[in-house]
Design a protein around this ligand. Structure first.
Ligand SMILES: C[S@@+](CC[C@H](N)C(=O)[O-])C[C@H]1O[C@@H](n2cnc3c(N)ncnc32)[C@H](O)[C@@H]1O
Length: 160
């Protein structure tokens, strides 16, 4: 292939110039970063206006006890910690993204982690409601705004 280039870098410091990327894809990497605000700001920086973020990531839903959260995230291999879905939306918006969507692709049930949690000495039935349906894989999509006037703008002065 002569239209492919590999660059070594970290998602907290993407070795690309501003406004240079059409689409960012990734699978199960953002949850591994200890500085997700920085990752999302970097993604926003390198995207062209109108560029799209379309990644897959592990996400959590709602509040839960920290020790349960840690056990499950260790089970899914997500050591730094997945974002709670509303925090993910807030951080994307704070980085400047719009048209933010989180679409679950696999929702983890308590039985998925039963063997692992039992092996950790955890009474799984006692914490089932803290686990069931609270961890999921998701498509995370967002767009860097173009800065254009809204499409509903009807004339040269109506948006000013
Ligand atoms: C769970 S694997 C996913 C790999 C691949 N995307 C896949 O779907 O098979 C996570 C990858 O992210 C890389 N990684 C972890 N933290 C990173 C960071 N801060 N910047 C860039 N890559 C990172 C790891 O080295 C590893 O290759």
């Amino acid at each position: 292939m002569d239209n492919v280039e590999f660059l070594k870098g970290e998602i907290e410091h993407i070795p690309l110039p501003d406004n240079s990327v059409d689409v960012i894809i990734s699978n199960c990497v953002i949850n591994l970063s200890a500085d997700k605000d920085r990752v999302l700001r970097e993604a926003f920086r390198v995207l062209k206006p109108g560029g799209r973020l379309a990644v897959s990531d592990v996400v959590t839903r709602g509040d839960m006890l920290p020790e349960i959260r840690q056990s499950i995230l260790a089970w899914v291999g997500c050591i730094a910690g997945a974002l709670e879905e509303n925090d993910y939306r807030s951080k994307l918006a704070a980085a400047g993204f719009e048209h933010i969507e989180l679409e679950p692709t696999r929702i983890y049930r308590v039985d998925d982690a039963r063997e692992f949690l039992t092996g950790q000495g955890i009474d799984v039935d006692a914490i089932a409601s803290q686990v069931d349906g609270k961890f999921f894989s998701a498509f995370v999509r967002a767009v860097k705004p173009t800065g254009d006037a809204p499409k509903s703008c009807c004339g040269p002065t109506c948006c000013s």
